[in-house]
Design a protein around this ligand. Structure first.
Ligand code: FAD
Length: 447
């Protein structure tokens, strides 16, 4: 759930901080508007980054073909209403980074309700609600953990948080969960203090129609050819060739916006092979794991009103979730798991995941939980062959690979996406800005 927005970099209290004969065949499969037959650029992927790149190329009068492997736009920002009858964000839900995020203004200008996220917490300790003293201890521990990571990062230490954080009280594990699995989608030994330190702070907002809806609306009218995966990108000649099951597209340059895990597992073959350090960067800026276990309740069993948070104490186990309850008053609770436990639950299945959440809630809140529970669903972003995880961050020691990931190859293979943004990585806003900036670089390079 990315609580980057609430973490402390200052040590203040937690609440204050923190070719084209085939082109026509391609279009027949889902193009919403006309794609050119001899494009200058091919954009691979229609998530936030690809959509932003398309807008920029269009604004600058550069022709492009835009292909997307799945049957919808949005990628990791996707809202649907069929599961629960209310907007359900499978991926991004928090509109982060305040006005730096281009979606902030777009949401303000939209017809949707857009509002600042409240920060009301219910903290559970075993079979009861935590006392004030316990809650204070949690937030003090959180500040201590965040400060230790921030101090190491500010000092240039490209090391894992597990080597610097204090684990000295009954709430340390919970604090570590909030910053590790819940924010970064990774365990504390799996990301870099330096990378964490160099990420943007955030103020969060919600859009009642869903974040994915905003992204889909941004794509309206753009010619995206759906159900068309890039399988091979050839860049050895003067231009590029993008091979798809529906034919080969030739252009001067390609913008690749797929996740680093998709690049690492070579879902798209590059011919000739990309430089070794480039390939290494796909593994170094690695994807984490974060999933929603979405639970629908027909009453406010948490007594938090709209958009409250529930956190439960973690003890001697990594089995934990953090929840956003009653999202925009819809009754839907996003009970989110991260890191290794998220991967384990993907393997165990949706029913096990739902039972786990119900068990924790039942224990502390009682039978109201079962009485008002109407159904649940779980996302599986690691199993998804088009993402293989949630969002990326540098492994310990790998911060130096961020610019390598961003760099174009041979002035014709360009990379964009959340992982390519300097400090707003792991977010929709970062993906959007990366797509826009990369498109500008392409225009400059093409002259
Ligand atoms: C559970 C979860 C919660 C999150 N929460 C937040 C949040 O609250 N706020 C926030 O700002 N961010 C959040 N994020 C992160 C955010 O969703 C991503 O950073 C952002 O959406 C990534 O956009 P992108 O364009 O870089 O990549 P993607 O959205 O992954 O777009 C890449 C596109 O490429 C397509 N593709 C893959 N392979 C191919 C191929 N071979 N050929 C053609 N197309 C291909 C994919 O289908 C996809 O549509 C969350 C992510 C997850 C998973």
């Amino acid at each position: 759930m990315l609580i980057t927005r609430r973490r402390s970099k200052t040590g203040m209290s937690r609440r204050t901080f923190l070719s084209l004969s085939t082109a026509s065949a391609l279009m027949a499969r889902g193009a919403q508007a006309q794609s050119p037959t001899n494009p200058d650029v091919v954009i691979v992927g229609a998530g936030a980054a690809g959509i932003a790149a398309a807008h920029e190329l269009r604004a600058q009068g550069i022709s492009y073909v835009h292909i997307e492997a799945s049957d919808h736009v949005g990628g990791r920002a996707y809202t649907e209403t069929s599961t629960f009858g209310v907007p359900y964000d499978h991926g991004a839900h928090w509109v982060q980074n305040g006005a730096r995020n281009p979606y902030f203004k777009r949401a303000q200008d939209s017809s949707h309700r857009f509002y600042k996220a409240p920060e009301e917490y219910l903290v559970l300790a075993g079979d009861q609600v935590a006392t004030d003293a316990e809650e204070t201890q949690l937030w003090t521990s959180y500040d201590d953990v965040a400060r230790a990571i921030g101090t190491a990062g500010r000092g240039g230490q490209d090391v894992a948080p597990s080597t610097v954080i204090p684990m000295d009280n009954a709430w340390s594990e919970t604090a570590a969960f909030l910053i590790g699995p819940w924010e970064m989608g990774k365990e504390m030994d799996n990301f870099s203090c330096l990378d964490w330190w160099n990420s943007a702070d955030s103020v969060d907002y919600y859009c009642d129609a869903g974040y994915g809806r905003l992204v889909a609306e941004r794509a309206a009218g753009l010619p995206v050819t759906l159900n068309t995966p890039a399988t091979t990108i050839r860049w050895g000649g003067p231009g590029i060739e993008v091979e798809t099951p529906n034919g080969t597209i030739r252009a001067k340059a390609v913008i690749v916006t797929v996740s680093t895990a998709i690049l690492a597992e070579e879902s798209i073959a590059f011919e000739p092979a990309l430089p070794v350090d480039k390939q290494e960067s796909f593994f170094a800026i690695e994807m984490g794991d974060y999933n929603h276990i979405a639970m629908m309740f027909d009453a406010d069993i948490f007594n938090l009103g709209q958009d409250g948070y529930v956190v439960h104490q973690v003890k001697d186990s990594h089995e934990a979730f953090g929840a956003l309850t009653n999202a925009s008053g819809s009754g839907l609770a996003y009970c989110d798991v991260g890191g290794e436990f998220a991967q384990e639950l993907e393997g165990a299945g949706e029913d096990v995941a739902i039972d786990f959440v119900l068990g924790v809630l039942r224990n502390a809140i009682g039978s109201d939980v079962d009485k008002h529970f109407k159904g649940g669903a779980m996302t599986t972003w690691r199993l998804n062959p088009l993402t293989r995880g949630c969002y990326a961050s540098a492994a310990p020691g790998a911060y130096k690979m961020r610019p390598v990931l961003r760099a174009p190859v041979a002035d014709r293979v360009f990379f964009a996406g959340e992982a390519c943004h300097q400090d707003m990585w792991a977010t929709v806003g970062g993906a959007d800005l990366s797509g826009r900036d990369t498109a500008r670089e392409v225009v400059k390079t093409l002259g």
